[in-house]
Write a protein that binds this ligand. Structure first.
Ligand code: DGY
Length: 345
């Protein structure tokens, strides 16, 4: 049952607000949900917490979160909410746990969380397959000119099959350079092998042979770039990686390389990538993530050789449910005094 709890610029409602009315069970702990989760997950959260939610599902600026989540012990966020020390301090002492529906955690100041004694949960593993699927979708669409093909049919400009129409780049025997060979990178490699790609990778450290599965390790990003006919950016977002794919490094890619980014947009220097796409040094790109989302650099929209998607790596029904359940289970484990595997801080 939903009932109005407060009237603000964001419509706030309290989920299952009257569950405790008329009985003597102790009041449930307060929690605030910054974005809408899947119905099954929200229902369960509504059973476990006195849950307030941002029904409009808008991206809340830090000041609004600090205001709206007052009194919450648990703050549910996603990668769209920037949670810095100011928000955490404003929500202390009630706030004890931040639970983010994302594997990435570059939007949360973990050092401040540790300092303030706030625990942070995230959602690793359960989204690796879904993210790998999107990675391959982007790679295939970039290589086979998916945007132009769709536009031609949809726009009624297709005059019929032709021997030289929309010629793209095949995958077989090409080198896929994976930057970031964590769980998602490895899930991409598994699928890419089935397309006949040869896997190269760069990671902070070399993987054990069973995880490497025959892939070629490069101990520097520069070395990987020189060997990547197709570059897959799957490294986690982190302040120290901002702009790491700059003009100098992108120039190391072989002529006509393909670039795919499923990580975080700010790893790439947009100006440098746009120039490389315009000159043909990069044949095509597939991008699911962008610096300053949801504001996409308009130069990408003007290029035919870029396939774009709106940060949908983990966007399947089953994955978003699983991510929610992982947070619910992690919170229950914390309550029991255990250390769940998805605890970051
Ligand atoms: C993640 O889980 O980090 C995805 O990018 C969605 O935010």
């Amino acid at each position: 049952m939903l009932s109005a709890a407060s009237s603000t610029s964001q419509t706030l409602i309290e989920k299952n607000a009257d569950q405790n009315a008329g009985d003597i069970t102790p009041p449930r702990e307060q929690a605030f949900l910054c974005r809408r989760f899947t119905p099954a997950v929200e229902d369960e959260l509504g059973r476990r917490y006195a849950l307030r939610l941002n029904t409009g599902d808008t991206i809340l600026p830090p000041g609004e979160i600090a205001r709206l989540a007052q009194g919450a012990g648990v703050l549910f966020v996603t990668a769209t909410e920037a949670i810095g020390a100011d928000v955490m301090r404003a929500l202390r002492p009630a706030l004890h746990t931040i639970a983010t529906l994302s594997v990435g955690h570059d939007h949360i100041d973990l050092a401040s969380a540790r300092e303030l004694g706030i625990r942070v949960l995230h959602t690793p593993d359960v989204l690796s397959d879904a993210c790998a699927e999107i990675a391959l979708m982007l790679l295939l669409n970039a290589c086979r000119r998916g945007f132009e093909a769709d536009r031609m049919v949809r726009g009624g400009q297709w005059a019929g099959w032709a021997p030289t129409q929309l010629l793209g780049k095949g995958l077989v025997d090409r080198r896929l350079g994976i930057f970031g060979m964590g769980r998602i990178g490895r899930a991409i490699a598994t699928r890419a092998r089935a397309f006949g790609l040869r896997i190269h990778y760069h990671n902070r450290s070399r993987l054990a042979p069973e995880h490497e599965a025959g892939a070629t390790y490069h101990d520097s990003l520069e070395s990987l770039l020189g060997s990547a006919d197709m570059l897959m950016i799957a490294a986690p977002g982190a302040p120290q990686l901002k702009g790491v794919l700059d003009r100098r490094r992108l120039a190391l890619l072989p002529q006509g390389a393909v670039v795919v980014n499923i990580s975080r947009g700010d790893l790439v220097d947009d100006g440098a990538l746009v120039e490389a796409l315009q000159s043909g040094q990069v044949f095509a790109a597939g991008l699911d993530v962008f610096a300053n989302e949801p504001r996409v650099d308009p130069r990408y929209r003007a290029l035919d050789n870029v396939f774009l998607s709106p940060h949908i790596g983990s966007a399947t029904h089953e994955t978003r449910d699983a991510m929610g359940w992982l947070l619910i289970d992690g919170l229950a484990a914390l309550r029991r005094g255990e250390t769940p595997g998805n605890l970051l801080a």
